[in-house]
Design a protein around this ligand. Structure first.
Ligand SMILES: Cc1cc2nc3c(=O)[nH]c(=O)nc-3n(C[C@H](O)[C@H](O)[C@H](O)COP(=O)(O)OP(=O)(O)OC[C@H]3O[C@@H](n4cnc5c(N)ncnc54)[C@H](O)[C@@H]3O)c2cc1C
Length: 250
């Protein structure tokens, strides 16, 4: 695993990011995450590593046969900055989120005038799926909408500042801010098993773009380098296997 993975930050959307803050097993321990998974599985018969070839084979067996608990032996701690519309969906992942999360406090820290998500393009409502989007609006219509959105943010932020100046508490002044668009920063921790469930659901094409890009960033920049065997098996048996029953192998 690359030594410099911890502390690495990847930009997502216009002002967001994902940063890997910590990993268990820590790279300094000299134990790879894949080995930690294999050695947890081998405790069943009080065994240890049998060399890379047999260890990798065992890990693929675990993934293929939904033997999930060894994957819980690896943990990722991430610092994430994302708009609230992304968090709204993220918090639905109970095992990922509610167990281990700390969020920025809008009661304590005032918001900045640039803390709002501005999309690079506007997607059309899907004609076949009431929850989805498809294609994008024409560039001139998009530009006009973006200008209106920014003007809306500026107006909301001016009212927020006005309320603060009038002595209103930050916890109430934020009522003037456009809720779904505001960026929040969280620290979240999860294990590889539950992270795979999140990645499977949120990297899928039916997931909203604004959460899919976070899931893809986590998978490409952190999950794959930290757990190369697990990522390979996950791609083979879960991501590229649509017949996999929900929740299987994750
Ligand atoms: C495309 C898409 C659209 C969605 N649309 C909606 C929507 O319109 N409205 C909405 O409310 N949600 C929606 N969701 C959220 C979805 O219903 C799940 O809540 C979310 O994806 C988290 O999945 P999960 O329950 O597997 O994850 P987690 O909450 O992390 O749970 C992981 C696993 O733990 C187990 N588990 C966790 N809690 C319990 C429990 N209390 N009882 C039994 N088993 C449990 C289950 O096996 C579960 O799969 C949507 C998700 C996606 C991907």
């Amino acid at each position: 695993m690359p030594e410099n993975l911890i502390g690495k930050r990847v930009d997502v959307l216009d002002k967001g990011y994902v940063e890997l803050q910590d990993l268990m097993p820590h790279p300094a321990s000299g134990i790879s995450g894949d080995s930690a998974i294999v050695s947890a599985a081998r405790v069943s018969f009080l065994g240890e590593s049998k060399g890379p070839e047999k260890d990798k084979k065992l890990l693929f067996y675990l993934m293929r046969n939904h033997h999930t608990s060894p994957f819980e032996m690896v943990e990722f701690k991430l610092r994430v900055r994302a708009p609230l519309l992304t968090w709204w969906q993220w918090t639905r992942h109970r095992t990922f989120h509610y167990q281990s999360a700390n969020a920025q406090s809008g009661r304590y820290t005032p918001f900045d005038e640039n803390d709002f998500y501005v999309p690079s393009e506007w997607r059309r409502q899907s004609s076949s799926n009431k929850q989805a989007s498809e294609g994008t609006l024409e560039p001139d219509v998009s530009r006009e909408l973006t200008d209106k959105l920014i003007a809306f943010y500026e107006k909301g932020y001016a009212l927020y500042e006005e309320a603060l100046a009038a002595g209103v508490a930050k916890e109430m002044a934020r009522l003037f801010l456009p809720g779904f668009s505001v960026y929040y920063t969280w620290v979240v921790k999860t294990d590889a098993h539950n992270l795979m469930n999140f990645l499977r659901l949120r990297m899928a094409s039916d997931a909203q773009y604004e959460i899919r890009v976070y899931a893809q960033a986590i998978f490409e920049h952190f999950f794959k380098p930290a757990l190369p065997w697990t990522a390979e098996a996950f791609e083979m048996y879960v991501l590229n296997n649509p017949s996999q029953p929900e929740g299987a192998a994750t």
